[in-house]
Design a protein around this ligand. Structure first.
Ligand code: NDP
Ligand code: PYR
Ligand code: MG
Length: 753
């Protein structure tokens, strides 16, 4: 564990993240076409009257004709925003938008945030109750205790859709899973645990109730609030929910309560725990400092005081993130899918057990890569990471099964195996792998040359790269780059490594190297001197070639072909490889790789086969099972025409190479991608829609990639340059900072090789 968190960002970065592009974090998109008069007639008047009448006749059909069944409201009044306190409804909006996007990202649940401007319990309850027709579920968030208990209980009684206060039950489920595993690792049984819970609010009360339900005796749990220990007989600052957990004890302060405790559960405020308190806990103490955004004690402080401790926090940037994000998306997924009327205790316990068991299983490679070192069950891995794709399969199915077993599922499944399969299909591996690439880059930050550092967009990418810990920027530019950094709000611009050919001591060696490479290609020494001094791509490439950096990003100031020619004067193709470009199209459930989009104008059959093999390697690194289609205007000879030979021959080349992936061609894109059209060719060797499209030539490839970027509803990554001896990424001239950063990370993180 490091002495600081492994993700650092400035306040500026956080504000920039939220304000850049469309402000905030969510938008709503139509799920049906709205292109023609006919679409409009169906979607709106008069067509819409038909489902209106159907729902009026049979309300359950609202789940068939509207978005209700997959729509969850995240509702708050901002009275307990994380551990920041009562900052009001409006200030809670970034958190609620955040919860909504987590629903979508992790479990494909559509969600919208609603902030209610009232602290009056009855008005709050009435407002939420009135929304029942709209939503399939209600996720209450960051409402302070004790009001949250009354609100949730009343809404559960009044509403016929699941109502779930995330801070209570989401947190309790994850904390319980963590405690089960930490107890197992330290050889303890639940019945013997001596626990101190700091905080007596929404999260603490629910966590305490759940661990007691799992076997921790009532008398073994001391709860503290802002006034100290909640002891039997205390009257100050009490309420019925705290009283239920009062115990007979002489301890009056947190310090006294912590003496000899096995477990500390912090759900209070930043810095509530001191190293001294931790020192007096039992052997191998279990410390969950879950206050957000800053824990009761940081892991480095806790570990320094007690190296034998298992430490968890609510944050994603330390090991062991005990945070309700691991629960609420998946719990609602399961509950919505069986149309559960409520989320009951059996469903919560099933979720906790599924999460705990998952952490004890072997970690798949993609997750291990994403999270670096300790990826087997142990003190630094007691709970799965939210990006673990297995959560999506296991937790919703456990929750759905428990709902069916307890009779609250209105739409039980006949085939649970099929349901699990459908859950897996909802997630697109690329999104996880991009995350993996970012995490890999962060775990082992590489030196990345930003060759065009005089450009603002490049500097923005470099700043983000450094601030987020993805790499160490090596800037190439004139001295005024420092002024530009300062103008972008960087307080310590000189801390960036800047190489300026005007005063760089590396220039003579660079000229020697370049002259050595180019003297028999028609260049004089003075040509090489000029190139090193004036050409940023040559200078940057030489930094890379001479081992002063690990990867390079460029491409903003010059056309792709020119930049590639400059780079190739210095950097060679990797031995036995053909350099080429890949664009990756990422949509909700599908990722398609398009190649070669940047290098070969009329690739030969051998080159097409190389491009296929190279793309397969990248796709596999990104967690995909490759299925390659060689595209053409013709499908298996129809219509006949010229320019088909190379594509056909490429198939033969791969036959001869006996490669270990599926490939087929030549075929038109609809045959490659549309299963219904593909059925016309039952002899095709592809077992499903292709996910790698090898294009017949640069014209069609590059045009397709750019058309899709401009018109398509998919996000596009690339072009990624692969097959060079060192990772050089050449962006398009219109790239923005975030696209540059993604390319830099894919290069530095080892995906684009
Ligand atoms: N990791 C995770 O997944 C989650 C973490 N949390 C964190 O838990 C904390 C509490 O949230 P929540 O339960 O929703 O909020 P509540 O407002 O419902 O409860 C806050 C509780 O903290 C207590 N408290 C405040 N200061 C101290 C202190 N110095 N020492 C001891 N107790 C103190 C309050 O005491 P009193 O009753 O005397 O006012 C109150 O009982 C927040 O930091 C939040 O971020 C919450 C949900 C999920
Ligand atoms: C994680 C969360 O919900 C909280 O800290 O409030
Ligand atoms: Mg919360």
């Amino acid at each position: 564990m490091t002495d600081k968190s492994n993700v650092e960002f400035s306040e500026r970065e956080a504000l920039f993240f939220h304000s850049t592009g469309r402000p905030g974090k969510i938008e709503i998109i139509a799920s049906k076409p709205m292109a023609t008069q006919r679409d409009l007639s169906l979607a709106y008047s008069p067509g819409v009257a038909v489902p209106v009448r159907a729902i009026a006749e049979d309300p359950s059909t609202a789940y068939d004709y509207t978005a209700k069944g997959n729509l969850v409201a995240v509702i708050s009044n901002g009275t307990a925003i994380l551990g920041l306190g009562n900052l009001g409804a409006l200030a809670s909006k970034p958190v609620m938008e955040g919860k909504s996007v987590l629903f979508k990202r992790f479990a494909d649940v559509d969600s919208i945030d609603i902030e209610l401007k009232t602290e009056d319990v009855d008005r709050f309850i009435d407002a939420v109750e009135l929304m029942e027709p709209t939503f399939g579920g209600i996720n209450l968030e960051d409402i302070k205790a004790p009001e949250c208990f009354i609100i949730e209980q009343t809404l559960k009684e009044r509403m016929n859709i699941p109502v779930f206060h995330d801070d209570q039950h989401g947190t309790a489920i994850i904390a319980a899973a963590g405690v089960i595993n930490a107890a197992l690792l330290t050889g303890r049984e639940m019945k013997d645990l001596k626990v101190v819970v700091n905080g007596a609010g929404a999260a603490s009360i629910a966590c305490t109730e759940l661990i007691k339900a799992l076997g921790v005796p009532h008398d073994n749990v001391i709860m503290c609030d802002s006034k100290g220990v909640i002891w039997q007989g205390r009257t100050d600052g009490m309420n019925q929910w705290k009283s239920a957990h009062a115990v007979r004890t002489d301890a009056r302060t947190l310090t006294e309560a912590m003496k000899g405790a096995d477990v500390f559960l912090g759900l209070s405020v930043k810095g509530a725990v001191t190293p001294d308190m931790v020192k007096h806990m039992a052997e191998k103490p279990i410390i969950f400092a879950m206050a957000n955004p800053d824990p009761e004690i940081t892991p480095p402080e806790a570990k320094a005081a007690r190296p034998d401790a298992i430490v968890a926090t609510g944050r994603s940037d330390y090991p062991n993130q005990v945070n309700n994000v691991l629960g609420f998306p998946f719990i609602f997924r399961g509950a919505l899918d069986v149309r559960a009327t409520t989320i009951n205790d059996a469903m919560k316990v099933a979720a906790a057990q599924a999460i705990a068991e998952l952490a004890r299983e072997q970690v798949p490679e993609e997750v291990a890569k994403a999270y670096g070192k300790s990826q087997s069950f142990g003190p630094d891995y007691i709970i799965p990471a939210p990006f673990d794709p297995r959560l999506m399969e296991l937790v919703p199915s456990a929750v759905a099964q428990a709902a069916m077993d307890t009779g609250v599922a209105q739409k039980p499944f006949a085939d649970m195996a099929a349901y699990r399969q459908s859950l897996k299909a909802r997630l697109n591996p690329t999104t996880s792998v991009l995350n993996s690439a970012y995490e890999m880059a962060r775990a082992n930050p590489k030196r990345v040359v930003f060759a065009e550092a005089e450009e603002e967009v490049v500097l923005r990418a470099a700043i983000q790269c450094r601030d987020m810990g993805y790499g160490i920027p090596v800037l190439v530019g004139r001295q005024d780059v420092y002024d530009k950094l300062r103008a972008l709000g960087v307080r310590d611009p000189e801390s960036f490594e800047l190489h300026n050919s005007v005063n760089s001591p590396l220039v003579p060696a660079m000229v020697d190297m370049l002259y050595g490479r180019l003297q028999r290609r028609g260049y004089l020494r003075r040509d090489c001197e000029r190139m090193v001094n004036r050409d940023r791509n040559i200078f940057g490439s030489l930094l890379l070639k001479m081992g002063h950096a690990d990867a390079m990003i460029t491409g903003i100031t010059r056309p792709y072909g020119q930049t590639l020619r400059e780079v190739k004067r210095v950097i060679d193709p990797a031995a036995g490889h053909t350099p080429f470009g890949i664009h990756i199209m990422v949509s909700k459930n599908q990722t398609v790789f398009l190649a070669d989009t940047t290098v070969h104008e009329r690739p030969s059959a051998q080159e097409l086969a190389d491009i296929a093999e190279g793309t397969v390697a990248v796709a596999r690194r990104m967690g995909h099972d490759p299925r390659v289609a060689f595209l053409s205007y013709s499908s298996f000879g129809n219509p006949p025409g010229s320019f088909l030979e190379n594509v056909r021959d490429a198939i033969q080349v791969l036959d001869e190479r006996k490669v270990d992936f599926e490939y087929e061609g030549e075929m038109a894109p609809d045959v490659a991608l549309n299963p219904t059209v593909m059925k016309n060719y039952p002899f095709s060797r592809l077992s499903g829609p292709a996910n790698i499209l090898v294009m017949p030539g640069l014209q069609s490839a590059n045009i397709s990639a750019k058309l899709l970027r401009e018109l398509g509803g998919t996000s596009m990554i690339g072009p990624m340059l692969v097959g060079m001896e060192k990772s050089v990424q050449i962006a398009t001239m219109s790239s923005n900072a975030s696209e540059l950063l993604t390319l830099a990370v894919l290069g530095a993180g080892g995906i684009a090789l």
